[in-house]
Design a protein around this ligand. Structure first.
Ligand code: SF4
Ligand code: SF4
Length: 156
């Protein structure tokens, strides 16, 4: 979705996506039923239905080591078919977070090296060109894409 302004080479070096430190587990998106059912025989993942979406609890242990999304193949990337991949994943590093008045607003994760300051005008142009409306339409169907504000993000 943001591929027109992304630099794939930066991602290839970073490879930070789809891997979640325990304190970042809240950033793992919710999933559709078909995706959740792929975990049926993997008891290490707790899956809970939440308003028609499915929330996955990653299996952190005493080591608190970062955990991969269960659908990430480290060498091949995301293994979910396009129609099961969460909208939120396609939108990364942009999220929807409430502003001071409680209105959900697009916010950019500040730790993504593929989206430096100089790319903000292109990102804002994408938002103004229809992406913002698309995000709000998704949020109307799936409010789980609205996350609590976190200082690692800046409103755009
Ligand atoms: S954090 Fe940004 S640069 Fe790193 S892999 Fe994810 S999208 Fe690419
Ligand atoms: S569903 Fe795919 S893109 Fe989304 S976090 Fe998991 S592996 Fe990454």
């Amino acid at each position: 979705m943001l591929s027109s302004i992304f630099t794939g080479a930066v991602c290839a070096q970073c490879r930070n996506c789809c891997i979640f430190e325990e304190q970042s587990a809240w950033e793992l998106p919710t999933f559709c039923k078909a995706a959740a059912e792929r975990l049926r025989d993997l008891p290490q993942y707790r899956v809970q239905e939440e308003n028609g979406r499915y929330r996955i609890t990653l299996p952190y242990d005493e080591s608190h080591a970062a955990q991969r999304c269960p659908f990430l193949d480290p060498s091949a990337g995301c293994t979910l078919p396009a129609d099961e991949k969460p909208f939120a994943c396609s939108l990364w590093p942009v999220r929807l977070m409430p502003d001071a008045d409680g209105k959900p607003v697009p916010a950019l994760y500040q730790g993504c090296p593929a989206m430096p300051e100089e790319k903000l005008p292109a990102l804002r142009a994408l938002l103004d060109g229809g992406l913002r409306d698309r995000i709000y339409a998704e949020a109307a169907c799936d409010p789980s894409i609205i996350l609590p504000y976190h200082p690692n993000y800046r409103y755009i």
